[in-house]
Design a protein around this ligand. Sequence first.
Ligand SMILES: [Zn+2]
Ligand SMILES: [Zn+2]
Length: 335
Amino acid sequence: MTYLDWLLSVLQQTLVDLQSAQKRVSIWYLASAFIVAVGFYAWRYPSQIKPHLKILFSPNVWWHQSARLDYVIFFANRFIMALLSPRLPSSVLLTTWLYYQSQNWLPSLGELSLPTAYVIALFTLCYFLLDDFSRFYLHRLLHKWPILWAFHRVHHSAKVLTPITVFRTHPVEGVLFFFRSALVQAMCITFFVSVFPGQVSLYTVWGVSIFTFVFNVLGANLRHSHVVLSYGRWEKWLISPAQHQRHHSSAIEDYDCNFGVVLALWDRVFGSWKQADWQQKLVFGTNTRFDEKGLLNMYLEPFQYAFESMKRRLFAKMPAIIMILVSTTSLFYTT
Ligand SMILES: [Zn+2]
Ligand SMILES: [Zn+2]
């Protein structure tokens, strides 16, 4: 395959993905997000729907310097991941490995007998819960660990939000989420295939888990948009687009809140849940000059940032390390 063939095949796959119900940013879910946004404006601003719809398609958002960089990063990441993916262990490989490893300890659980419909429902629910929790927890780590924040701040450097902003990520973050997804699949399938052999399947709509389908249809793409759709008192249970927009806010009081994707439960348990307001006025970005950088700096600067923060942590712990070394050496010489 020539370089040109490879280039064309990646672009072709991008077009296929844009029509796939299995991808969050597909024309189907963008259309449903638009319908949800119109319904929201009709409810909140019954006499001002037109001006709000104008804002929805405003070039000030869609052609903002930050949005244009989102599009460039989207294509750059497609090519990078197309190069990396074949070199990473696939979820099938990981599942097979975990399945054979687990045979030493899982048989003690024995095989359970349940009607297949129950097994499928249980598997669909467990997979959804584990997937949603692992997304929340990895996202939380990306904020809490300075070495990981170095890479995640690429996503937070967006000054405006469009559905394409979800792809504004550093490839290191892409690889971390790739492993997260593979591990969750491997764990769920291994456990269920061992305990309910021959009965495991997912309840799906158009090839996606029913939970993911409902989440996507109900406007998941509005999370990265300027449509401040709040769920009101339901925000205690589900993360609304307005709550994720608050997560992107550059205001200090909004730092490190609402890491969740679908369920608000995890944020409430870990104390990072914050309610949003449909009238909130937010400024997005990291409040640093990093927000203004181009593609190359977005990719390279995080490595320098991560190295510097690692160095700072090491220096902070240096007195303790020296103490341990000195006491170990003196012990060695006295014995
Ligand atoms: Zn974040
Ligand atoms: Zn985001």
